[in-house]
Write a protein that binds this ligand. Structure first.
Ligand code: MGP
Ligand code: SAH
Length: 279
């Protein structure tokens, strides 16, 4: 990655930031002298939770700041998905990282600035990373280059809802827009009220790609409603933490629901388990 491209992203980041300033009013200045809208300070303070290589030129825009999956959570999810391949190996084979897990192809339906895509690329052979926003998709590519994994990611600009019928993969990961930080305003987040498409509609699209689905969802959603999106499938829902704070929940359906419990670092307990139904 040349210097020119990194600089261009720093500029793009500032342009996005200034468009938020008008809404939120106040700003804060980082120790590096960068002015940011006050509304993003909470996220900026967590920057190394999102990307430990943040200082190497990571690019994030407004939606990216409040939507990116914390790195430790993304890592656990990727490691768990990679176990799917391990299950298919002959017994006795010892798990190793990335190149050894090899053969998983995963669709990351909502790539954003690449928080999940980068971790999947570290653990799986091939990642198809889709986003409808060209600027954010470019930031994801740039960030993946910083992590040295861009060559394992196929970046696709488009609408996952339209693309799903044309795709096949081992696993689909979905972290769709939840409607911005306001999702925290509800006591219980209703999965029917997500923007653009309901959680059910997204999941039904994902089923066209693979039966193995991983769904990253608000911490205040109802786990039973989340499990019921895929009737009959084994489902496991985990709580995702960073530094002891609950951040989100992740639902795993079908083969990815059969986890190795001992290995998870950021999700410290399973909140919901449903075995496969007999019908
Ligand atoms: P958050 O709103 O920052 O809650 O979201 P937090 O930090 O628990 O706030 P607090 O005030 O309760 O302390 C937590 C995490 O959820 C973020 O870091 C993102 O990873 C994820 N997240 C938040 N939003 C609004 C979205 C979204 O719209 N889509 C996706 N995919 N993830 C989101
Ligand atoms: N997992 C990502 C965050 C995803 S945020 C990360 O860790 O960085 C949700 C993303 O979904 C946004 O970038 C938004 O542009 C994208 N998006 C919204 N509608 C979409 C659609 N129909 N198809 C694909 N991407 C979409």
């Amino acid at each position: 990655m040349g210097k020119r491209k990194r600089k261009q992203f720093q500029h793009g980041h500032m342009a996005t930031v200034s468009s938020v300033e008008a809404d939120s009013g106040g700003t804060f200045v980082t120790p590096q002298g960068q002015e940011m809208p006050a509304g993003l300070e909470k996220y900026w303070r967590q920057r190394y939770n999102f990307f430990w290589r943040f200082d190497e030129g990571i690019a994030i825009d407004e939606e990216g700041w409040y939507s990116v999956t914390p790195e430790a959570i993304a890592e656990d999810t990727a490691e768990r998905v990679a176990q799917l391949h391990n299950q298919r190996k002959p017994p006795g084979r010892k798990q190793q990282r990335a190149t050894d897990f090899g053969r998983i192809c995963i669709v990351e339906a909502f790539c954003g600035v690449g928080g999940n895509a980068i971790k999947f690329a570290e653990w799986c052979e091939h990642v198809i990373a889709i986003d409808i926003d060209p600027g954010r998709l470019e930031m994801a590519r740039h960030n993946a280059e910083i992590y040295g994994v861009a060559d394992r990611i196929e970046f696709v600009l488009g609408d996952f809802y339209q693309l799903a019928p044309m795709l096949k993969a081992d696993v689909v990961f979905m972290s769709p827009p939840w409607g911005g930080p306001e999702y925290l305003g509800a006591d219980v987040f209703n999965l029917d009220t997500m923007p653009f498409h309901s959680a059910q509609e997204w999941l039904d699209r994902a089923r066209m790609v693979s039966k193995n689905i991983v769904y990253f969802m608000p911490k205040n959603c109802d786990p039973v409603q989340l499990a019921d999106l895929y009737p009959g499938a084994p489902c496991e829902i985990e709580l995702n933490y960073t530094n002891g704070f609950l951040k989100a929940v992740t639902a795993y359906y079908n083969d990815v629901a059969l986890s190795d419990e001992g290995r998870c670092k950021s999700a410290d307990r399973r909140v919901y388990r449903r075995p496969a139904s007999r019908k």
